[in-house]
Design a binder for this molecule. Structure first.
Ligand SMILES: NC(=O)c1ccc[n+]([C@@H]2O[C@H](COP(=O)([O-])OP(=O)(O)OC[C@H]3O[C@@H](n4cnc5c(N)ncnc54)[C@H](OP(=O)(O)O)[C@@H]3O)[C@@H](O)[C@H]2O)c1
Length: 294
């Protein structure tokens, strides 16, 4: 049942996704606060929750690495402290206080395999993680395994999030700036489509794990072709193979399609639908072009 007057508290207040969430909630006229309190600090987390008294916590905090996830390979203890100890601590305190928590997690815990080949079925929420090529992904997969038992917790698995601008953290910005890109289909999260869904699900106190991407998968070349068509006609790029890519990165990168059936079925209860990935990208790039982003 929906809460009459939700109060949102966003964790990881200075992060990229957190900023999008805050803007969205404010545009919806919702009561929203954000915090940068460290999740692993039990006393400080408790004090913050008692000060703000949220009905809903949105956890968009975690070690994502700068400039990229390779950072996590060299900062393992810090990554565990933030992505495992901190994330669990925050969920646990919310549980004890009867607060619903939405966790912005990752679907980068899978890799294509024989049962889930390119063009084949996607990974369901019930499938065991099978990508341990990066320490970042490893921490995220491990923490999910225990966090899923908390009955106050909604876990949303984003992948390669895309915003309507060319922010450095936007997946599109990243691949337009690489010297060379691989070309392999992946599930992507267009924030414009999915962030409102996260609020809808949180407000209705939904719990459990959801693959949180647009339906389907799209390859890097397909994304870049649409980018060229709608946003930057002069754009060109060069490809390389996964093997060549592995020589220029420290941590492996997950490539996979997620099955979004569970999310689609849940959203039918709310008469809501997330556009499939090709349509979503066309819409996204049209919004970019209309806003003069290039
Ligand atoms: N962007 C992506 O490609 C992507 C993809 C899938 C999933 N996600 C997930 O979505 C979430 C948000 O991602 P994002 O791109 O917005 O990341 P981001 O820009 O790096 O923001 C994360 C924020 O969390 C803070 N933080 C880190 N450890 C913390 C701790 N222990 N306690 C409190 N705050 C902490 C960071 O602050 P400091 O800098 O001060 O540490 C940073 O401001 C992350 O959990 C990420 O794993 C992101």
């Amino acid at each position: 049942m929906a809460v009459s007057k939700p109060v949102f508290l966003i964790w990881g207040g200075e992060g990229w996704v957190a900023a999008h969430l805050k803007t969205l909630l404010e545009s919806q006229g919702k009561e929203v606060y954000s915090t940068t309190v460290r999740m692993q600090n039990r006393e400080a987390v408790t004090a913050e929750l008692e000060k703000v008294m949220p009905t809903h916590v949105l956890n968009a905090a975690g070690s994502t690495g700068r400039p990229n996830v390779d950072w996590c390979e060299d900062h393992k203890e810090e990554t565990v402290r933030n992505n495992v100890i901190g994330a669990l601590n925050l969920t646990d305190i919310c549980f004890l206080k009867g607060i619903h928590i939405t966790v912005f997690a990752t679907g980068c815990i899978y890799n294509y395999d024989d049962k889930h080949p390119v063009g084949g079925p996607g990974y369901a929420e019930t499938d065991k993680a099978n990508f341990d090529g990066s320490f970042y992904s490893e921490t995220k997969a491990h923490v999910e395994e225990v966090m899923k038992y908390y009955t106050n917790c909604l876990i949303l698995r984003l992948r390669m999030p895309v915003s309507d601008d060319l922010h450095p953290r936007n997946f599109v910005t990243k691949i337009t700036k690489y010297e060379r890109v691989v070309d392999i289909p992946n599930s992507n999260t267009i924030l414009h489509d999915l962030l409102p869904v996260s609020i809808l699900l949180a407000e209705h106190n939904e719990t459990g794990i959801y693959n949180f991407t647009n339906p389907g998968a799209i390859s890097h070349n397909e994304v870049l072709s649409l980018f060229k068509q709608y946003v930057r006609p002069s754009f060109t790029w060069k490809n390389f193979t996964l093997e060549e890519q592995s020589k220029v990165i420290k941590a492996g990168r997950s490539n996979c399609k997620l099955d979004t059936t569970k999310l689609s079925n849940k959203l039918k209860e709310y008469n809501f639908e997330v556009p499939e990935i090709y349509e979503a990208y066309r819409n996204c790039f049209q919004r970019m072009a209309a806003a003069g982003v290039n």
